[in-house]
Write a protein that binds this ligand. Structure first.
Ligand code: AMP
Length: 196
């Protein structure tokens, strides 16, 4: 896998109940700037989203925010980013985030975060991209989702080879190290229907 130059981070528009979630956003931001990796994210100033953007900027890194026009109230948009791109819809936003980025990480978050990371994993499973996708499992926030993915494998709705798309680590440096050596599985879902 080529070097990661831009990383897309999906994360909560809330800060969550534990300070560790914000602390992890700061740690990921510092790890990214140390490695010269720019941030691509949803462009908001609130919650973990705002925290990771602020932390990357504070360390001197670049942040590209992508926000759907008119969908969010103006107060929510981060006005201090390196670059803010306005798009027409949530679908356009997710496509542009995917195109601009060399890898995808989910920090803790809610429905929006789940939907974004699971969609990009699905796109990988379909062979639409070969970029690394992972969960930063802060305070083991994603343990139950990980258990559920394993349940889906044992119930034969997800193949083991596709389960391996989801990289998981508790520490940002370890996750980024996995991203750097990641190789996407060759078995894409739609040419593998016979064994389904
Ligand atoms: P959630 O995890 O439900 O808080 O949603 C966060 C994710 O959904 C982010 O990665 C964003 O891309 C998107 N999102 C949700 N709410 C907002 C918001 N108010 N402003 C910008 N993006 C949002």
């Amino acid at each position: 896998m080529p070097k990661i130059k831009r990383l897309c981070v999906y994360c909560g528009s809330s800060s969550g109940r534990q300070p560790d979630y914000s602390i992890a956003a700061g740690q990921l931001a510092r790890a990214m700037v140390r490695k010269n990796i720019d941030l691509v994210y949803g462009g908001a100033s609130i919650g973990i989203m705002g925290e990771i953007a602020d932390a990357v900027l504070k360390e001197g890194g670049n942040v590209i925010g992508i926000i759907p026009k008119d969908l969010f109230v103006k107060e929510v948009v981060h006005t201090g980013l390196t670059e803010l791109r306005e798009v027409a819809s949530m679908h356009e936003r997710k496509l542009l985030m995917a195109e601009l980025s060399d890898g995808f990480v989910a920090l803790p978050g809610g429905f929006g975060t789940f939907e974004e990371i699971l969609e990009i994993i699905t796109w990988s499973q379909l062979g639409m991209h070969q970029k690394p996708c992972g969960l930063l499992n802060v305070r083991r926030y994603y343990d139950r989702l990980i258990d559920f993915l394993d349940h889906a494998v044992s119930e034969r709705f997800i193949k083991k080879i596709h389960r391996s798309i989801v990289l998981i680590e508790e520490c940002p440096d370890a996750l980024l190290a996995k991203f750097e050596t990641y190789k996407a599985p060759e078995a894409v879902k739609w040419i593998d229907q016979k064994s389904a």
